[in-house]
Structures are given as C-alpha cells and as structure tokens.
Design a protein around this ligand. Sequence first.
Ligand code: PEP
Ligand code: CO
Length: 464
Amino acid sequence: MTNSERNLQAVHLPDDWSPESWRARPAMQLPVYPDADALAEVQAELRGLPPLVTSWEILALKQQLAEAQEGRRFLLQGGDCAESFRECSSAVISNRLKVLLQMSLVLVHGLRLPVVRVGRFAGQYAKPRSVDSETIDGVTLPVYRGDIVNAAEFTAQARTPDPRRMIKAHARSAMTMNFVRALIDGGFADLHHPEYWDLGWVGHSPLADEYQHMVAGIGDAVRFMETLSGSQVHNLNRVDFYTSHEALLLPYEEAQTRGVPRQWGWFNLGTHFPWIGMRTAAIDGAHVEYFRGIRNPIAIKVGPTATTDQLLRLIDVLNPHDEPGRLTLIHRMGAARIAARLPALLDAVKSEGRRVLWICDPMHGNTETTGNGYKTRRFCNIRSELEQAFELHAAAGTRLGGVHLELTGEDVTECLGGARELTEGDLSRAYRSAVDPRLNYEQALEVAMLIVRQQSRLAPAASI
Ligand code: PEP
Ligand code: CO
C-alpha cells in the first residue's frame, strides 16, 4: 500500500463502525423473527455464499456517478416496486431490460449524454409498510413486507416472517444477475441491433413513429462512424448495467457486507447501489448507521417533510469527506408539493457546497387510491412532477442528473393516462403489482421522451 492509499484509508474509514453496529440503534421497518437461532443460522449461511457483485464494479459505478454529478452523464434508475419470487422468469427479466435499454437509447439520443443504467432488480425484495399488521374479518396478522420476509397470502403461516426466505431471495437475485449478465455479454444490448429490444408495441403505439425515427437516426450515426473509421464500432455492442435495491432488511444486508482483498474498508456485495427509503432515513436510526460505513455509492430518498437541517446533517454523516460519486439524493415530493418543498433544499445543499447527485422519483409522491379500490398513479402527475423538477433545478442553478422510476416491461394497466389514456375502468384488465403501481413499457418510453423534450426546452444548447 502506498502512503497516499494509507492516508485515504485513515481519512475515510469510520473507526467506530462495524457491519453490525446498526444493532445498537433504533431500527424501523424490520420484521420480528420468531426464532432468533434460525435467523443467526441463515446469516451464517449467507456470509459463506459468493457475492452477487464485485468491488471493482461498485467503484466503477461510483466513478460514473461522480461524472453524473458534474453533468457529464445522466442516471436512469428503474424497475419493479418489488420483485417477486414468482416473477423471476426469463420473459419478465428480459422485457424489463428491453424497456430500460429503449429508454436509455431515447435519453442518449436526446440528451447527447452517456446514460448510467441502474436496475431496481436482483435484490429488490423488501418493502417498508405504513402499518405493522393487517386485520381482516377480525383476524389480525403481520403485514406483508416483501418476498424476502414473508408471503402476501392472508394466512398465519404465510405472514410469519421466515429467515429462510433470505436464502431464496439471494438465490433469485443471483439468477437474475446471471441472466442479465449473459444477455448483455451475448450482445443483447448491441446498438447495431435495437430490434432485439422490440416489445411488440412498436407496430401500434402512438409513440412508435418517434421511437423508430430515433432508432433509424442512431443506426445511421453508427454506420457513419464505421464508414469513417473503416472498422466496426465495437464498444457499442456492450453496455454496463448496475443493480440497486432498498437496503431495508438489515440482517440480510449485514451478511452481504464484506472486506475484499487489496481494498480497504467494507463493501455491500449484494448490490452495487443500495438506497435508504424515506421511512428509514432517521439520522440516528439503524439504517443510516449501517450505510455510513460501506464504500458503495449510496442514495437516499428525500420526501416532502424533509427539512434543510435534517438533509444537511444526513449529508454530513453519510458523506463526511464530500467524496465524488458517493451520495445521490432522490427527491420524491409529489406534483402538488415539489414547488413548495424542493427549492429550499436545493439552495441549502448548493450554498453549503456539498457534492451530491440530484435525481427525481416522480412516482412515490403521486400515489392515490381510485374509487374502485386500486392503488394507482396518474401519468399527468408523474409528468408534472418531472417537468417541475427540471424547472426548479434550472431556477436554483443546480442540475437534475437522473430519474428513478417504477416500471415494468410488461403490458400492465396500473398507472392511469399516458399516450393510450388508460382509465380507471382499464385498471382491472392487467393490474399485477403486489405493491405499488408501475409504468407499463409504453408509459415508460413516454417518460423518456418527455425528459428529452423538457431538457431541450430548458437548455436548448445542450441538445442538438
Ligand atoms: C420505493 O421506492 O418503493 C419506496 C417505498 O419509496 P419511498 O421510500 O420513497 O417511499
Ligand atoms: Co414503490
């Protein structure tokens, strides 16, 4: 180790932290496991299993996020609200990858910036809930907390938290990761062949012409570069894909936290980019304590009740040395509140000179329940929050460097509106989410297109 590496180590490694130091803090949203010995056994088994990602991938992503902080990249983070064990299938995984690739193609083309692609997958199995229990017909059972904890079915057996589910979640995550890596290595993401990503909608969607026009434009540009250079543009047949999930279930995350050879400190090797949810972001809570000590790039959800004081204290604790790429702030205010809540936060972080990547989650502040009992989100509110976000950042002199979305590659009917103007009556047709409503593939593409339009309206010089 060189002297400068040793110095970096001394500066960055919190000496009062360990992978289990969160246990001394108040922990929100954790299940109560009936059998502590079974939990400890599962943790020991998990510690011995191979990791899902590597430290060099994690550090490469951190570098890309540092570039996004400087305005040289745009972050696209998206996927299911919650993955389910049942839907760990070839079609669901490849369709999700296709829609993310299509969106990133639209963004690269329109923003003229490389896109950092991060899936909400390969580990997005734990969910925070607003209540601990649920009562039906006089029977009270623990609430469903995601497939990594218990099952959604309303029986005592299904709802009892079972630590063995962590082993299954780890295995499902590894299978997802394995398939994603194989698809990408095999050329699935090759820019020479965007037709691999067709999702069947291209022939009949109101957005089809605009998308096809872009694909043709990119094909022309690739061929032009190849003609000019006299060779194949090889680096276009590979893209990077990173994984993320809400690191909510701390016993699981603790068991994925490892030291690696020739690196100092600790990495969470269960995902590249864990985030702290809005409900578990208390400054003195267990989740913030856990996140403080890992070297991964991390994100934190910032909701409408966050104050400037709280946010600056969180930044101090989570990124005390202002390390590039370390901290992403995901604001999720809701279309009705973003204009009142966001500007003060932007100003405070800017005037303190703190280095963060701001991205917008236009989903979680816009959830509502319809008259016929469906949890949904209106496309017009998602759109409005995103448009306002770009405007508020432009006015504050800060930069919106990415988006965080709940989406699927399937033709579901969970969010209202969009190009096909889905109505409340349509929701029952293909509502499949066990938790939050997701954009379907067409609505997701539409979001990518509106980001490009909004960005070029606000900064016309940046896009051609
Ligand atoms: C989520 O991202 O699924 C979620 C629960 O978000 P938030 O913490 O912002 O409510
Ligand atoms: Co959600």
